[in-house]
Design a protein. Structure first.
Length: 191
């Protein structure tokens, strides 16, 4: 049976330090208004992010990844206080567009295993390295679903290491769109 092709980016599933939900952090999104080609500056749930002057930006293949987005939020003009990981003016919006300011809730990559699907039939063995499909100027998510479309692709930059195969009846690791648990190779500790 073929694997379902439904990219979701990186999804935190396990931590070497306990429950990953206790690791969730918040930081401001950096200025991304010049990163408009194919909405590349958007931040989606499941996107890898990197540090830039104390703010978070979308991370590309080869970058040192600080974390993975699990929520975004905006503080509407004139409002007071904390809103949480949502936009009170547009509750259905679960991404942060490249022209929007706001905060990013993320899970740090250090010591966390993330589930992700492959873009093709890679047949990755345990310990194999692969890249994420995010490159500068390329689309990497959906403004309709708010989810990242990042997937694993053949290795060139050594972005991640496969540490587990997802064991589920609907996941055949010998076919395209197989799901793997990975660790980021270029992870940094959270600030």
């Amino acid at each position: 049976m073929a694997n379902l092709n439904k990219p979701f980016g990186f999804k935190p599933v396990k931590s070497l330090y306990g429950d990953f939900k206790g690791l969730i952090r918040k930081a401001p999104a950096g200025t991304r208004s010049s990163d408009t080609t194919n909405n590349h500056g958007d931040l989606y749930i499941g996107d890898p992010v990197k540090w830039s002057s104390g703010t978070l930006l979308p991370a590309n293949s080869g970058d040192t990844v600080a974390g993975v987005v699990v929520g975004v939020g905006t503080l509407p003009t004139g409002s007071m206080g904390e809103t949480g990981p949502f936009n009170p003016a547009k509750l259905e919006q679960t991404y942060l567009a490249y022209g929007d300011t706001g905060d990013v809730w993320y899970v740090p990559t250090d010591g966390v295993l993330f589930e992700i699907q492959s873009a093709s039939d890679l047949d990755l063995a345990l310990g194999a390295v692969a890249d994420m499909s995010v490159d500068s100027g390329e689309a990497h998510g959906s403004r309709t679903t708010g989810l990242s479309s990042t997937q694993l692709v053949a290795d060139a930059n050594h972005d991640v290491t496969v540490v587990e195969h997802v064991t589920a009846e609907d996941n055949d690791k010998t076919l395209a769109y197989a799901r793997y648990l990975v660790l980021f190779k270029k992870a940094v500790s959270s600030t």
